[in-house]
Design a protein around this ligand. Sequence first.
Ligand code: ADP
Ligand code: MG
Length: 196
Amino acid sequence: MLTVDTAVDWLKTFAAQVEEQKAYLSDLDSAIGDGDHGSNMARGTKAMAEKLEEGGFKTVQDVFKTAAMALLSKIGGASGPLYGSALIAMAKQAGETETDVAGIVKAGLAGIQKRGKAERGEKTMVDVWIPVCEALDSGNLSKEVIQSAVARTKDMKATKGRASYLGERSVGHLDPGAVSSGYLFEALLKGGVLHA
Ligand code: ADP
Ligand code: MG
């Protein structure tokens, strides 16, 4: 169930995974971008984990809002405002429906798309968020769903973000933001949010 504790756990697990994989995320970004996605994300998620560690949250909304502010203040590049928008929208939605995980993640996706205007198939993080939302709706989110969504970005041609400057040459590489979003949802699977 989505509670203050499971939400904090979820985001801290995500932060730990980003920290562990930051070199890999930057390597992926070196191939089709400017090589900073791992360091960007790790800076933000470290600040986020430190804030979450302080505790004292009364609602799930507080948790997401605090996370959003920490990410926004530390992550540069395109992904900071995108993840920040996602978490702000998730906080807002959590204020309405505290425990509806599918609804909350869907609001996050809408926040990303409102800011970044990416649609499915443009080789961005939304290529992971969209299938994850669909799977949450039907109650069958799995590691496989997440990993195959991430893997599918490899054959896509980027038409949004920095990778779009490469055109056809972006094909054949995983999208770094899709990979980091994959970590977010694998962390969701690991924790207590989706379990009774
Ligand atoms: P920058 O591209 O500014 O260096 P990062 O390297 O941190 O920022 O993040 C790159 C990631 O951001 C991409 O891999 C992609 O997933 C995501 N991204 C870029 N533009 C968009 C967009 N318009 N909508 C959704 N995601 C995007
Ligand atoms: Mg980059």
